[in-house]
Design a protein around this ligand. Structure first.
Ligand code: G6Q
Length: 543
């Protein structure tokens, strides 16, 4: 197949972009029904994409692009358990984690769904014991604190879900997260709690990750310093991993290990056993509801025609913004404080998946791949970076996310919150012309400063309430958006070779820092000097 940018459909899209003047003011004026027409519902989510810079022809061409790029074929290959993660030769089956019990999904000829349910049942039995105070610590005390130790995919999903679903959590069970190898993270997470009431979840697919192992050893030492008995590990440590051997080596009884599989990528694992902290917080029934939300979006993605397929449409419009309108970044703006960690979660999902510059065949790419994803909850962002989105020189695509019902009893404030969401997307799309600014009596010298060009594209996503179900559906939506974009860009969305080099160098440098002298340093002159300076000045145990 010719290179993406040389295909007639890509050229047709480029020509279509060049040929048109698509200010959103004009598009809305030309079609009074536009706000109803460009909308869609799926798995409890309503999408309004009318404020995107697209028309029927743009959508027709984009849908053709998806068809010609073989998105449906690739999706079906993923769902069949084919090893579509080509560089790691792995199947990609996060959809199996939320499959219906009677579904059959095979990897290498064996059905993986029964194993998924078996682990879920073990997680549920364990979570129930901890939540009900039945699982006691070594000294017989009830567990009051749970500390999840993990990083990347073994941290970002669990933290995000815990924050998102706090309203559904058992409030007397405090859940904390430690990820950074910076000891400050562990120190602050444990300084005000007692080992006899604390349960550590060591969450690591490989059980070899430097940061997680360093924190897990720190946790072990912290707990045993007080409990003074190796046998305490059994009551205060559980593992979530695919590596039973390493778990046992660390001293955790594999009876207290919850497994998953190599076909679950780290950043696609929050609904596997990696979600144990989530289940401890919200309970097995709510966890099931979250899986059902994921599954509902999976089914929509699998069955809906592309023109009415929410992940496909959002992926295509995102690609239009990135590759044709030149939007280098994608802001995610949840008008829900509980979703404050959602942008950070999405950063890993999207950028680790699609931040690639070679095709599946290893050819260099000459088009942009993943946008830079970022965001903060509204309304806080409005008092910070929105200035640039409204009046800066760069085009920023925005996804607004909101809910009809509040989870707090402060309903009037919820109305204010949502008023802000609607106001922002309106202001971004339509702006304010110089004539409008003048008509307000603005002195001429100030007019240019008060003009808003508008034509800033955004999606608005609305659901009834932030619940485990709607959160699951939302995460699955973005998982599939990421998949569709990766399929069109012809990249491996499921590997992450770009994180390797830094890891290797860090190991080498850690040994050099610990060495008796710096004579053997053989990096470039900058790195050598930095390491020398650090070795000469590091503080040791200053208190
Ligand atoms: C995710 C990545 C990465 C991974 C972490 C933690 O897709 O692979 O973020 O989740 O490096 O890995 P472990 O779970 O093996 O500790």
């Amino acid at each position: 197949m010719p290179k993406l940018t040389e295909r007639p459909i890509w050229r047709a899209l480029a020509a279509h972009w060049r040929a048109r003047d698509a200010h959103l003011r004009k598009l809305f004026a030309a079609d009074p029904q536009r706000g109803d027409k460009y909308t869609l519902e799926a798995a409890g989510w309503f999408l309004d994409y009318s404020k995107q810079r697209v028309d029927d022809e743009t959508l027709r061409l984009l849908l053709l692009l998806a068809e010609e790029a073989g998105v449906a074929m690739r999706r079906d290959a993923m769902l069949r358990g084919e090893k579509i993660n080509a560089t790691e030769k792995r199947a990609v089956l996060h959809v199996a984690l939320r499959a219906a019990k009677d579904q059959v999904i095979e990897v290498d000829g064996s059905d993986v769904v029964p194993g998924v349910y078996e682990v879920l049942e073990r997680m549920a039995a364990f979570a129930t014991r901890v939540r009900e105070g039945d699982w006691k610590g070594h000294t017989g005390k009830r567990i009051r604190h749970v500390v999840n130790i993990g990083i990347g995919g073994s941290d970002l999903g669990p933290v995000m879900a815990y924050e998102a679903l706090r309203a559904f959590s058992q409030r007397d069970l405090d859940i904390r997260f430690v990820s950074n190898v910076d000891g400050a993270d562990f120190f602050e997470a444990t300084r005000d709690i007692k080992p006899e009431e604390t349960l550590f979840i060591v969450a690591s697919k490989t059980f070899t990750t430097q940061e997680t192992m360093a924190n897990a050893h720190a946790a072990r030492a912290w707990a045993l310093a007080k409990l003074k008995d190796e046998a305490a590990v059994e009551k205060h440590f559980v593992a979530v991993s695919t590596n039973a051997e390493k778990v046992a080596e660390f001293g955790i009884d594999t009876a207290n290990m919850f497994g998953f599989w190599d076909w679950v990528g780290g950043r696609y694992s929050m609904d596997s056993a990696i979600g144990l902290s989530t289940m401890l917080a919200i309970g097995p029934d709510n966890f099931r509801a979250m899986l059902d939300g994921f599954h509902a979006m999976d089914e929509h993605f699998r069955t809906a025609p592309f023109a009415q397929n929410m992940p496909v449409l959002m992926a295509l419009i995102g690609l239009w913004n990135t590759n044709f309108l030149g939007a280098a970044t994608q802001a995610v703006l949840p008008y829900a404080n509980y979703l404050k960690r959602f942008p950070a979660y999405l950063q890993q999902l999207t950028m680790e998946s699609n931040g690639k510059s070679v095709t599946l065949d290893g050819a260099q790419i000459d088009y942009d791949t993943s946008a830079v994803w970022w965001g903060e909850p509204g309304t806080n962002g409005q008092h910070s970076f929105y200035q640039l989105i409204h009046q800066g020189t760069r085009l920023i695509a925005c996804d607004f996310i909101g809910f009809c019902d509040a989870l707090s009893p402060l309903h009037e404030q919820h109305d204010l919150l949502m008023a802000n969401l609607f106001a922002q997307s309106e202001a971004l799309a339509f702006g304010k012309t110089a004539e409008q600014v003048r008509a307000e009596g603005t002195p001429e010298w100030l007019v240019p400063h008060r003009v808003f060009a508008g034509n800033r594209p955004s999606n608005t996503l609305l659901a009834q309430t932030l619940t485990p179900y709607s959160l699951g559906a939302l995460v699955a939506l973005y998982e599939h958006i990421t998949f569709v974009q990766g399929a069109i860009w012809d990249i491996d969305s499921f590997d992450q070779w770009g994180v390797e080099l830094g890891k290797q160098l860090a190991q080498k440098i850690a040994a050099e820092i610990a060495a008796a002298d710096d004579a053997g340093l053989a990096h470039d002159s900058s790195t050598n000097a930095l390491v020398r300076r650090y070795r000469a000045n590091r503080g040791g145990r200053k208190t």
